[in-house]
Structure formats: structure tokens, C-alpha cells
Design a protein. Structure first.
Length: 224
């Protein structure tokens, strides 16, 4: 596993694709609070915040499945609807871009490297957050859960970005904080950089093929 100061983007990279939560931005305190509110409504009062936070990056249904142990699709969908009604109206205002991520994306834009987002969050929420953070102009494409037929680790979202931007598999890098991001990148045939800003350790993110693991975007070099 390469250390932070050894991670460099290859010269041929034309697009950088990012997960959103805990990769570019952090809205986890609000997300955890909303999950806990719904869990408490249904009698699940003993789920630690750390467990809730560890599910960020999964679909809402999968997150509730992990936290409750329930598998009934209709029940998990109903929890999703409660969570969405509670969380979504104020999600963007409670989400802040990581300062180092903001600087890195601006560096990419200045170097004419295209930026895109592939996330399990809904597209409209991501776009609203980008607008509030003054970052909307730097992203050529945003692909949320509502625009794909299957969530990560399906490579569908990444593959859609590649086609839309006219970029080859070998010309893109995917950044993510969750092992499902690493799997999605591998299945899409693109290079992966782990972003160890969330609950998943550098060692966990390094379990799948990667060109590096970072904790700070300022330590990532633009070209080899």
C-alpha cells in the first residue's frame, strides 16, 4: 500500500470520478441523527452511532438492514421513506465540503481534468449541496442512486460517466471511502484511490486493487 505522499495521478488521466459522502463532503452528523430518529421510532434504541456511521455509502435500505437485522424488503422500504422525509429537506445545509477536497477539485478543473460524482445519494441532493458549497461548476456530471438500476458495487454509474464524458477505462480514476467503492471501480476497470476520511481504515480500503490510499487530498500529486 502506498503512503499518502507517494500517491500520484498518472499523466493520462482525463477524468476523476468521486463518491460523495465522506469522500468529498461530510454530512454524517445529520445522517446519523436522522437514522437514529427513525430507528428509535421503531424500537431500535441500542444501535451505536458508530454502526450507523459505518453504513454510510450503502443504500438506505441496506443500511437499515445492517442496523436492524431485518430483511423484509417492504419494511426496509418503509424505513427508507421515513428517513427520506426526515433527512432530505435539510441534508444539503448540513453537508460541508472537505476543504482539501475542494482545493483538489479546483486543481483538477484548472488542469482540465473532468470531474464527476457517482454516489448512492440522490442526484438532486448532491446538486443542491454543490450549489450551496460553490462547487457546482466544477463537476461535469452527477450520477445519483435515482439514475442507475443498481447501486454500487455495481459499476453501472461509473460506466455511465465514462460513456457520457467520452473517457476510456484507463483514463479515469475513482475515489471513494468505502470498500464498495473499491469493488465498483474494479468491476468498471478503472483505477481506484481510497479516501480514508470515514470509518473504513486505510488497510480495509487497500484490500482491493488501488493506486493509493489518502487521508488528505493536498498530499496527492497531479502527475507521475
Amino acid at each position: 500500500m502506498k503512503t499518502d505522499n507517494e500517491v500520484r495521478l498518472p499523466k493520462h488521466v482525463k477524468a476523476c470520478i468521486f463518491d460523495f459522502d465522506l469522500t468529498l463532503a461530510d454530512g454524517s452528523p445529520w445522517i446519523v441523527a436522522c437514522y437514529q430518529e427513525v430507528l428509535h421510532r421503531h424500537g431500535f434504541t441500542q444501535v451505536p452511532d458508530s454502526v450507523v456511521r459505518s453504513t454510510i455509502g450503502l443504500t438506505v435500505e441496506d443500511s437499515f438492514g445492517v442496523m436492524t437485522g431485518k430483511t423484509d424488503a417492504d419494511y426496509l422500504w418503509s424505513l427508507r421513506m421515513e428517513y427520506k422525509a426526515l433527512c432530505r429537506p435539510r441534508m444539503a445545509e448540513h453537508t460541508k465540503f472537505f476543504p482539501d477536497a475542494k482545493r483538489f477539485v479546483k486543481r483538477l478543473s484548472a488542469a482540465e481534468v473532468k470531474c464527476a460524482i457517482v454516489s448512492t445519494k440522490e442526484t438532486a441532493v448532491i446538486r443542491h449541496t454543490l450549489q450551496l458549497c460553490g462547487m457546482a461548476e466544477h463537476f461535469a456530471l452527477v450520477v445519483g442512486l435515482d439514475e442507475v438500476s443498481a447501486p454500487k458495487p455495481s459499476p453501472e454509474g461509473i460506466e455511465y460517466v465514462l460513456r457520457s464524458l467520452g473517457v476510456g477505462e484507463g483514463e479515469a480514476v475513482y475515489f471513494g471511502d468505502n470498500p464498495v467503492d473499491a469493488e465498483a471501480a474494479e468491476r468498471a476497470g478503472v483505477a481506484y484511490v481510497g479516501v480514508a476520511k470515514g470509518v473504513h481504515t486505510a488497510q480495509q480500503l487497500a484490500a482491493r486493487p488501488h493506486i493509493g490510499i489518502i487521508t488528505d487530498y493536498d498530499d496527492l500529486q497531479m502527475h507521475a
